[in-house]
Ligand binder design. Structure first.
Ligand code: PLP
Length: 341
């Protein structure tokens, strides 16, 4: 992939900057499985504070943190309500079923947004025949829906609908930082609608590795054991968490630039025929190709040095991030426009 000069497949393709690498080499370290890593502890405390939750635990991936949350909040043979295009349903290798014996009740929407009414309709009534609904999962921002932001009133309604039935809400906030940026609120204003909240540092924040699961102290203490069981105990994890601390200081506030970049890319592209561009709300731009197959279009674009991700049969995804400049976005839009015309 080194030949490519504009890589917009994902915000996960960023490389740690020299400054981030330098912070990683200077990290104070311990053995986090044995008796704790001080840098990791600092990141966990800071993340919990940012999210306004009691405690947080560092994970090697968002998937493992999501799966740990499911394992904690849903006993085997129960069900979790989630939107049909959500990451936990679609992109985690049926982990809920395989690792926790939990099934997901997927709710179809046109725009990725669950609502209180949809959640109420999906929570099962007590029955000798039906599975028991154990939890609701909400993704904010919603990746497959084009980085769509779930508005706070919807989050509030969903949380109330779940609370009425005495069940928790998990927030898959892989890009919660982007949602907070788009809504111009503190991350805690979103996190407060979840019992457990997952956030990633390896997406728009530009870290090579890392996510946290946050929530009540007792649950996060239990999460430590589940993470260990899932093989996620890490030793000198401070090498990684130093990057995350650096990113919270340096890369959080600049996410707005990625959102502006996505708008710029989308508006430049919309001047080209044959492509329908979904108006971006954050850093993800979905391109619907009227008559072209996305995989073939992506291969043609790659030959011209622009990498986009085929997302479905006729849809390509472009994601802006800190390793792509405004000029590159304009160049990429023109190449995409020319090639696809
Ligand atoms: C919404 C969402 N949740 C969870 C994940 C999983 O994160 P990871 O790739 O670190 O496992 C992703 C990854 O892209 C994501 O987009």
């Amino acid at each position: 992939m080194n030949k490519a000069w504009i890589d917009l497949r994902s915000d996960t393709v960023t490389r740690p900057s020299p400054e981030m690498l330098s912070a990683m080499t200077k990290a104070e370290l311990g053995d986090d499985v044995l008796d704790g890593d001080p840098t990791t502890r600092r990141l966990e405390e800071r993340t919990a504070e940012l999210l306004g939750l009691e405690a947080a635990l560092f994970f090697p991936s968002g998937t493992q943190a999501n799966q740990t949350a499911i394992n904690l909040i849903a006993p085997p043979a129960t069900e979790i309500v989630a939107e049909a295009g959500s990451h936990i349903f679609h992109y985690e290798k049926a982990g809920a079923a395989a690792l926790s014996g939990v099934q997901i009740r997927s709710v179809e929407t046109t725009d990725g947004l669950l609502s209180a009414d949809l959640v109420k309709g999906a929570i099962r009534e007590p029955s000798p025949h039906l599975p028991t609904t154990a939890a609701v999962s909400v993704e904010n921002t919603h990746n497959a829906a084009g980085g769509r932001v779930m508005p706070l009133d919807l989050m509030d309604g969903i949380q109330r609908a779940a609370a009425e039935r005495g069940i928790p809400v998990h927030i898959d906030g892989a890009r919660l930082w982007n949602a907070a940026t788009a809504l111009a609120v503190e991350p805690s204003e979103i996190a407060k609608f979840g019992t457990t909240v997952m956030v990633c540092f390896s997406k728009g924040l530009g870290c090579p590795v890392g996510s946290c699961l946050a929530g009540p102290k007792d649950l996060i203490e239990r999460a430590w054991h589940v993470r260990k069981r899932f093989g996620g105990g890490m030793r000198q994890s401070g090498v990684l968490t130093a990057a995350c601390l650096f990113a919270l200081d340096r890369n959080l506030e600049r996410l707005i630039d990625d959102h502006e970049g996505a708008k710029l890319f989308a508006s430049r592209l919309s001047t080209h025929a044959n492509i329908e561009v979904l108006e971006p709300e954050t850093n993800i731009v979905m391109l619907d190709l009227k008559n072209r197959v996305a995989v073939e279009a992506a291969a043609l674009l790659a030959e011209k040095g622009v990498l986009l991700a085929p997302f479905s049969k006729n849809r390509l995804r472009a994601v802006t991030h800190l390793d792509v400049s405004e000029l590159q976005l304009l160049q990429a839009a023109d190449i995409v426009g020319e090639v696809l015309n």
